[in-house]
Design a protein around this ligand. Structure first.
Ligand code: HEL
Length: 350
């Protein structure tokens, strides 16, 4: 049935709470299939200039990138370039120590491969400063993972690992002979006219008008660190895209509306494994079931300085993208989950 009207007052309250909890800026944009847009903004895009944040501001979307990478691979499945149940080693000979690991295991976080960011960012600010201007090859990131024990057998339960989507990026490059940038551009950004969406790796600047992102140090009360400038080379196909709330809503509406892959591959993307609590994970896609029983589809993102929620309804009829310009602040991450409740559960009908 029809969703309740978004609760805009509640949405503004969530963003104001996120500011009180340490985010310099926060915003949420809701796009409806009929073209209606609802927008709530609080705080600044830049702590120095005090410029107000807005939905034209670009920012780093972190792991929301994983939906884009999965979409490209599923288009390649549609083009018969690979099958989901083929071994990764078939396409990338000798990469992994276990040929039982399949493309589907990688895209659903069931490979058992260790997440190299756990050790890379064990100490938040030093870890970030050590890599913020570095350029890694995708293979170097996989090699960091293979130095650690695996978390489980291939095909066992869900165990989130950025390593999986680094491998997905290697598959895209190997199967197309093109760069990731070219594939994102040609398959998603240009067809959908996403004017704020860029893959600039290994450049460190966010093109054009953007929100600055501020990393919260581990030490309570320590000053925020401006983390805007970074290569994001530690993330690449797992988390290095730049976009905006308006572009993310356009992308999710198109994806769940069946405009980016065949119906068969969109169904494969939504074969769910339990991912804790009210969450499930498909192929590069999260499903969250909200308090009002509505399920929404998308991804969260956490990259230095930026938290993102980007979710849409089953067929893309209503999309929400929300941003807070801090990270390493679990209170803010949890607070921003409230934007989904306001956007999709709205006012409880009295
Ligand atoms: C599961 C998540 C939330 S974390 C995962 C991925 N982000 C990362 O793996 C980077 C983690 C380090 C980021 C850093 N944290 C630390 O350094 C902590 N010591 C910070 O908060 O800026 C992403 O994005 N995903 C989100 C997702 O998929 O939803």
């Amino acid at each position: 049935g029809a969703l309740p009207t978004p609760d805009l007052t509640g949405l503004r309250g969530v963003l104001r709470t996120a500011l009180k909890q340490g985010a310099p800026g926060a915003l949420a944009r809701i796009d409806h299939a009929d073209g209606t847009v609802r927008l709530a903004t609080e705080g600044v895009a830049d702590r120095k200039t005090r410029r107000a944040i807005g939905d034209a501001d670009r920012f780093r979307i972190g792991s929301v990138t994983k939906i884009f990478t999965a979409t490209v691979l599923l288009q390649l499945v549609d083009e018969k370039k690979l099958t989901l149940d083929s071994s990764v080693n078939r396409h990338l000979p000798g990469l992994l120590p276990d040929s039982r690991i399949t493309v589907r295991h990688v895209l659903s976080h069931r490979s058992g491969l260790y997440d190299y960011t756990n050790e890379m960012f064990a100490s938040t600010v030093p870890g970030f400063e050590a890599v913020r201007t570095k350029a890694f090859t995708l293979r170097q990131l996989v090699e960091r993972s293979l130095r650690r024990p695996r978390t489980g057998a291939p095909g066992a339960g869900y165990s989130y690992s950025n390593t999986n989507f680094v491998i997905a990026g290697m598959l895209v490059r190997k199967l197309t002979g093109h760069s990731l940038r070219t594939e994102y551009q040609q398959r998603i950004i240009e067809p959908l006219k996403l004017r704020d969406t860029f893959y600039v790796h290994p450049a460190t600047e966010i093109p054009g008008r953007h929100a600055r992102g501020y990393l919260t140090p581990d030490q309570a009360g320590a000053a925020l660190v401006d983390a805007t400038r970074q290569t994001a080379s530690w993330a690449q196909s797992a988390g290095a895209l730049i976009s905006s709330t308006r572009d993310l809503n356009t992308f999710l509406t198109a994806l769940l509306g069946g405009r980016l892959t065949s119906a068969a591959q969109l169904a494969q993307m939504q074969r769910w494994v339990p991912a804790g609590g009210s969450q499930a994970y498909g192929l590069g896609l999260r499903r969250r079931t909200l308090s009002c029983g509505v399920s929404v589809y998308g991804h969260t993102g956490a990259v230095q300085g930026y938290y993102t929620y980007a979710f849409t309804t089953k067929h893309g009829g209503r999309s929400l993208s929300a941003l807070a310009t801090t990270s390493n602040n679990g209170t803010v991450l949890n607070t921003m989950l409230g934007t989904l409740e306001s956007a999709f559960c709205g006012k409880r009908s009295k």
